[in-house]
Design a protein around this ligand. Sequence first.
Ligand SMILES: NC(=O)c1ccc[n+]([C@@H]2O[C@H](COP(=O)([O-])OP(=O)(O)OC[C@H]3O[C@@H](n4cnc5c(N)ncnc54)[C@H](O)[C@@H]3O)[C@@H](O)[C@H]2O)c1
Ligand SMILES: [Zn+2]
Ligand SMILES: [Zn+2]
Length: 364
Amino acid sequence: MKITAAIAQGPDQPFAIEDIEIDDPRPNEVLVRLVATGICHTDLFARDIIPRPAVLGHEGAGIVEAVGAEVRKVLPGDHVVLSYGSCGTCPSCDAGAPYYCHHFGAHNMSGARPDGSPTLRRGGEPVFGNFFSQSSFASHALATETNVVKVRKEAPLELLGPLGCGVQTGAGSIMNGLEPLPGEALVIFGAGTVGLSAIMAANLIGCEPIIAVDPVAARREMAISLGAHHGIDPTATDPVAEIKRLTGAGALHALECTGIPSVFEQAVTCLAPRGTCGLIGAPPPGSTACIDLGNLLGKGIRIHGLIEGESQIDAFIPHLVELFQDGLLPIDRISRFYTLDQINEAVADSLEGRTIKPILRMPG
Ligand SMILES: NC(=O)c1ccc[n+]([C@@H]2O[C@H](COP(=O)([O-])OP(=O)(O)OC[C@H]3O[C@@H](n4cnc5c(N)ncnc54)[C@H](O)[C@@H]3O)[C@@H](O)[C@H]2O)c1
Ligand SMILES: [Zn+2]
Ligand SMILES: [Zn+2]
């Protein structure tokens, strides 16, 4: 079948809107007509390092158009959010931790199905697809039964795609990962979609103080309007010294949401004894950090890598939808809509800090 897609053409190159071909769904697959797809920083990170041409996009929301013969979870007409793929059978998946699937790369970043077959073609030639088991910068996507999540039809579907990655990563890293208690100090480094979603979750729990570190004034202001008690500009002050001044002993929890190794070092250094640093940001491949091991040892500091907010998508995404519907997770306040053919403008607005969460409305 023909679909319209935004094709990634290489580092810093604009996306091109083209008509390409998508495979028919296999027995475990679901064909989704996308309504809207969020742009996550990880898409831009991937655009610069993966083979091209490629169709990225991993925060899709849409309506099921067709299902393979073995699919039981959804039916045509269902509203769905697409999230990350997993194998369902490895030791992590068996242990209920699909976010650390042993085959995460094959299901999310290999550019094809895990068996190597392409899902997308242009003029008969394979295109890098199946990104996060979806490739949803397109009018349609092929997902699998493991990464589609049915959502209630009363919810505004066009806003929900980011629940499949950025929002669940931030909110889940707090609610499922760090699990801070009310009254505990928490620092968020990087107030993009991920960091701001973490702040919304920490505010619901009642963490105090919540401290947001970001060089962009509008992002610090947004963080404060969503529940942070303090905003720190790391270009104007040493964030570690300021966090210690605000908290006394340091923070019990810190989340690194920038992907910058030196910021991770700050997120570890600002912790109080028994503190935990959650690592979310994706640094360039091969990055290392310099950590004072005596500080780690003497204070019992823990470092917790966090993928996709350690979210069990079938339960957590509908829970996030409920929080949004109840006015407790105001993701509409950080979102801005574009059409698919405005993708390059949306990317520029995101990279320059003007838009927090760009969402692309799909043709048709
Ligand atoms: N672990 C996961 O499962 C997962 C999932 C989604 C995204 N990510 C990664 O998380 C990171 C955040 O994603 P996002 O979509 O929110 O990105 P984003 O670009 O919207 O947000 C990053 C923020 O960091 C801020 N920043 C830049 N330099 C800083 C500094 N020195 N100190 C503090 N803040 C600084 C920026 O101003 C920006 O607001 C990215 O690296 C992304 O690839 C990881
Ligand atoms: Zn697995
Ligand atoms: Zn993402």
